[in-house]
Design a protein. Structure first.
Ligand SMILES: Cc1cc2nc3c(=O)[nH]c(=O)nc-3n(C[C@H](O)[C@H](O)[C@H](O)COP(=O)(O)OP(=O)(O)OC[C@H]3O[C@@H](n4cnc5c(N)ncnc54)[C@H](O)[C@@H]3O)c2cc1C
Length: 293
């Protein structure tokens, strides 16, 4: 921005591009909606579309990411896939990565809205400290500390039900999670979203999770925590987690590893899938970034 401003580039705020102007097979400009009405801007060399993802376009999210409930985004308003709409309107092709290779985080709705009325959410990366993420069968399904593993597992299709086995998902935690000093930073929305019970079975019933499955999972997790290693999903062992996460912000080398879920009351909070402005599809282009029809 600074370099462009220094070079004399003029920025138009609140002036969305609403169409591409073409001559033959060339894009020669854009139509822009401004407070002075619609204006055409001619481009001598070409038009670069840098409009981000499509997070706030529900139809695109369903079409490209799957029919998931509990979906929201951390990106600013206006990230709604205009490049896909306006590009395809002039015949550009759309190409996609498998949805499970997109970037998707987990988190919670805050209950607050931003200045244009969009719901805001809080991203949450679990550390396995008295907490796990489970599906409705009460099973863990990924290394909770590594979001790409979680994302891939959530998209896995269950042939039996033709649905997603690992969605919806719940964060399960205990009283130690809430009181531990390391957890002083736990996300505030959990306060409003959680249900609690004195037993794991009771908690599962309340949340709508299979009680036998959840009990088995928590017992297994506690055994692994006592032994000091998550044998099932290797929580905290990926290089990215080791490089970027620490249980204690004052000690960067404090590694992420499992800690048991055993002190009642127990809690469950249903999670939301969160996009971050970079989805799986885009306009198909060649090396010079020219779009293909
Ligand atoms: C909370 C958060 C954390 C993130 N953390 C990371 C991270 O740690 N590492 C990482 O690699 N990535 C991260 N990302 C993702 C990263 O920010 C995005 O992938 C990146 O910003 C996308 O860049 P972009 O230039 O394609 O689009 P954007 O930065 O989304 O910019 C698109 C711009 O186009 C404008 N626009 C949209 N439609 C129109 C229109 N019709 N006319 C005119 N303008 C329009 C929008 O207003 C916006 O300003 C994070 C994202 C979020 C939200």
């Amino acid at each position: 921005m600074r370099a462009a401003a220094a070079a004399g580039v003029e920025f138009w705020l609140e002036s969305p591009m609403v169409g591409l102007i073409t001559e033959g097979d060339k894009v020669t400009g854009v139509r822009v909606s401004t407070d002075k009405g619609e204006q055409s801007v001619r481009a001598k060399l070409g038009v670069v579309l840098g409009t981000g993802g499509y997070d706030w376009n529900k139809d695109f999210v369903h079409r490209f990411e799957g029919e998931f409930d509990d979906h929201s985004s951390l990106s600013p308003p206006g990230i709604d896939g205009d490049h896909l709409v306006l590009g395809s309107a002039i015949g550009a092709a759309i190409t996609t990565l498998p949805a499970q290779r997109g970037v998707m985080m987990l988190g919670f709705p805050t209950g607050y809205f931003d200045e244009v009325g969009q719901p805001t959410s809080l991203m949450y990366l679990p550390t396995g400290q008295h907490e796990i993420v489970v599906n409705r069968f009460g099973e863990r399904f990924a290394d909770e500390s590594f979001y790409p593993s979680v994302q891939t597992a959530i998209h896995a299709l269950d042939g039996k039900t033709h649905g997603h086995r690992n969605w919806p998902a719940w964060l399960i935690f205990d009283e130690d999670y809430l009181t531990s000093t390391l957890r002083a930073f736990h996300p505030a929305p959990i306060e409003q979203l959680r249900v609690s019970a004195d037993t794991i079975d009771g908690l599962a019933e309340l949340a709508g999770i299979d009680p036998t499955g959840l009990k088995k999972t928590v017992e297994r997790y506690n055994e692994m925590a006592a032994a000091g290693r998550d044998e099932d999903f290797e929580l905290g062992e990926k290089m990215w987690v080791q490089a970027t996460r620490s249980l204690d912000p004052t000690t960067p080398s404090s590694p992420v590893k499992p800690a048991p879920i055993k002190r009642a009351p127990f809690y469950a909070a249903r999670m939301t899938r969160l996009q971050v402005g970079s989805g799986s599809p885009g306009l198909k282009s060649i090396r010079t970034a020219r779009s293909l029809g």
